[in-house]
Design a protein around this ligand. Structure first.
Ligand code: K2U
Ligand code: ZN
Length: 180
């Protein structure tokens, strides 16, 4: 298994719309395994394929404390959503260090396919409901900061770009065997 590179906002690839999964094969199973290793190492409770620059409708989630209940959702669709909404302080592995309130449906019912292509349905509330909606946004090319005000979003974009420049400078200096 491999740790995959997670795209960082505002990378434009995060806004690509994912295409349906059509091949339920060994490649897909390895991708799920690599995404799982990447998610647990981050650490996170969810990860969308879009975040690792694979633009197929695939997401993985494990909200358990024991980290032993991974579920892969291929071609997920929300088939019911509650009128009741809830605000949750969200984060994102593509926007490290940023947390803010986002309002979403409190409960959702999702239909998806597993890695073998078999259909299943999940009724979710709480953190699972938030995570499913957050990850499905990624498959539509949407990052949670887009729910925030333009002022907050621009400040986050500036902060992330500044950090990215610092990371690239560090990498260049390491490559040259020097620091500062
Ligand atoms: O998409 C991602 O980057 C994965 C998120 C999933 C998530 C976002 C918002 C709310 C719940 C889950 C990461 O897991 S962010 C880290 C995290 C961990 C525990 C709870 C909330 C966020
Ligand atoms: Zn995210």
């Amino acid at each position: 298994m491999s740790i995959l590179n997670i795209l960082r906002y505002p990378d434009p690839r995060l806004h690509k719309v994912a295409v349906p999964v059509t091949a339920f094969d060994a490649r897909l199973e390895k991708l799920v395994a690599d995404m799982a290793e990447t998610m647990y190492e981050a650490p996170g409770v969810g990860l969308a394929a879009s975040q690792v620059d694979v633009h197929e409708q695939l997401l993985i989630i494990d909200v358990t404390e024991t980290k032993d209940a991974l579920v892969a959702y291929c071609n997920p669709e929300i088939i019911w959503a509650s009128d009741e909404m809830q605000v949750y302080d969200e984060g994102c592995l593509s926007v490290p260090g940023v947390y803010d309130g986002v309002e979403r449906h409190a409960r959702v019912k999702v239909r998806a396919q597993d890695v073998k292509g078999a259909f299943f349905e999940v009724e979710a509330d709480g953190l699972l409901a938030v995570c499913i909606q957050h990850e499905m946004d990624h498959l539509k090319g949407k990052v949670f900061v887009e729910y925030l005000s333009p002022l907050k979003r621009n400040r986050i974009k500036t902060k992330m770009l500044k950090e990215e420049r610092g990371i690239e400078r560090e990498a260049m200096l390491r490559a040259q065997g020097r620091r500062h």
